[in-house]
Design a protein around this ligand. Structure first.
Ligand code: FES
Ligand SMILES: [Fe+2]
Ligand SMILES: [Fe+2]
Length: 487
């Protein structure tokens, strides 16, 4: 965000005079719904998007954004004389009207969501709504002028409306992407992966939620879980509400669901799904059982989770023991040695004078080794450790990042003024990556057993040799490095 937009948003967020009209609008919206009693809940759920699994408002907002942008483009073509086909003008009018219809629907969903936010976000939301209402009023005014044949005035009005809509959309983006409004706020930790005792059953009263905490080492945080004893069964779900992080363990049980004390979202005790909004995302689920008078819980993995359970690790490490060649070193030892080689190469380049003609050669050597290293890990090591380590997806991403940084470094050339800083950044990135492999992934890889690691070590050594010796591969590597250097 530029400093100017930053200042504008700060001014809106800090403007207390917006609170009064906020409450008036929110109260008016409540007054429309309250006389309906419980019948209002399904309407509110529909507007929030509880049925959809995502907030409905952003989806509906694409209608005015799309319709009005199309109208704006067609109007511009007409104004510039690029088209005098009457169908262009007709199409612009239809797009403008369709956008206006969508804007009304988006506003209804937006108000429903906005009623449930507070403080600075409510102020920003009010200005967002005012900008969009202005855009709607201008679009309707433009349609009226067009109907009376005053097309150029109509086009000017809807053009101004398009600008108001863009400003409103920008504030909406700020609310979601910067402030996290409408984003799932639950703690989706994979822990605990196996049943673990958390509370004596006696400490749990019927329909009185209790909070317990489990430790997530990767997140370095305690994760809250709400336990509920209901009709003889114990249920467990994440205690941080997916809507805005409210404390579900301080909520109450109603119609088979746990109600959030903050805005009344209700989550099914059995499976954590949303029964009533404003939330649209289900709560994290846990299996709960009672053993020896203790309540034990286990996190239920979510679809697409990379999280490994002890059972999966056991399954992955069983199978016939390979017989590695005698004297073979373990894969982690071979890779560690290669990490050390690259560290030495970095130190060597850093110690050389910028105009040393050998510097470019050593840089090329390092580039080649780094590429070989990534290749060997991507081909042999990472696929093998994937079933026993959760680090592989991030390690892959880091490889991508290292390759991009290496390309920039090579392009700069060792005598350029920016080279030193870029080289240092690359060195640190490689060091971070290699150290985190050594600290975590190499340790987890030990679960595969000595024989498999030695077998893999032999394969890696053979591949390293092959990569270095193979003429075709090294010619390709040299060509790539030279292309990157721009030589
Ligand atoms: S935080 Fe809003 S309903 Fe829970
Ligand atoms: Fe790596
Ligand atoms: Fe590595």
């Amino acid at each position: 965000m530029s400093q100017r937009t930053e200042r504008i948003v700060a001014a809106i967020e800090g403007e207390e005079r917006l609170d009064r009209p906020s409450y008036d609008v929110a109260n008016a919206a409540s007054l429309a719904l309250q006389p309906m009693g419980r019948a209002a809940q399904p309407i509110e759920n529909a507007l929030h998007g509880t049925w959809l699994g995502h907030p409905l408002h952003p989806l509906l907002a694409t209608l005015p954004v799309g319709g009005w942008t199309l109208a704006f483009a067609l109007d511009t073509a007409e104004t510039l004389g690029l088209s005098d086909d009457p169908r262009t003008a007709r199409a612009a009018d239809i797009a403008l009207a369709a956008g206006a219809g969508g804007a009304v629907a988006a506003a209804a969903a937006g108000i429903a969501d906005w009623r449930q936010i507070h403080g600075r976000d409510r102020r920003t939301g009010l200005v967002h709504a005012a900008a969009n209402s202005t855009a709607l009023a201008l679009a309707l005014g433009s349609l009226a002028l067009r109907r009376r044949g005053r097309r150029s005035a109509g086009r000017a009005l809807s053009g101004a409306g398009w600008a108001a809509m863009a400003a409103g959309a920008w504030l909406g983006g700020h609310l979601v992407y910067r402030r996290g409004v409408g984003v799932d706020q639950a703690d989706r930790s994979p822990e605990p992966r196996a049943f673990m005792p958390v509370l004596p059953l006696d400490a749990l009263e019927e329909d009185r939620p209790r909070r317990v905490e489990v430790w997530d080492e990767a997140a370095r945080a305690g994760i809250g879980v709400a336990l509920v004893r209901h009709r003889g069964r114990v249920h467990a779900m994440g205690s941080r509400c997916s809507h805005m992080g409210g404390p579900l363990d301080e909520g109450w049980v109603q119609d088979g669901g746990l109600v959030c004390p903050w805005h009344g979202s209700r989550f099914c005790l059995r499976d954590g799904r949303v029964l009533d909004g404003p939330s649209t995302a289900p709560q994290p689920r846990y299996d709960a059982r009672v053993r020896g008078g203790q309540v034990e819980i286990r996190r239920v993995p979510e679809p697409g989770d990379e999280a490994l359970t002890p059972q999966e690790i056991d399954a992955a490490t069983q199978g016939p023991e390979p017989s590695p060649p005698p004297g073979a070193r373990k894969a982690d030892e071979v890779l560690f040695e290669h990490h050390e080689l690259m560290r030495r190469l970095f130190e060597r380049i850093e110690a050389m004078a910028p105009d040393d003609p050998e510097r470019r050669d050593v840089m090329r050597l390092l580039a080649g080794e780094l590429e070989i290293h990534e290749h060997v890990e991507d081909e042999i090591f990472y696929p093998a450790v994937r079933p026993v380590s959760e680090d592989v997806p991030v390690a892959h991403a880091e490889h991508q990042q290292l390759a991009d940084m290496l390309a920039v470094t090579l392009r700069l050339g060792p005598s350029s003024p920016e080279f030193e800083a870029q080289l240092r950044a690359l060195h640190e990135a490689v060091d971070h990556h290699a150290s985190s492999e050594e600290r975590s992934m190499f340790k987890e890889a030990q679960r595969l057993g000595d024989a498999r690691l030695r077998q893999m070590g032999a394969e890696i050594e053979a591949m390293l040799d092959h990569e270095r010796e193979s003429r075709a591969r090294s010619a390709f590597r040299d060509l790539k490095i030279r292309l990157l250097e721009g030589v």
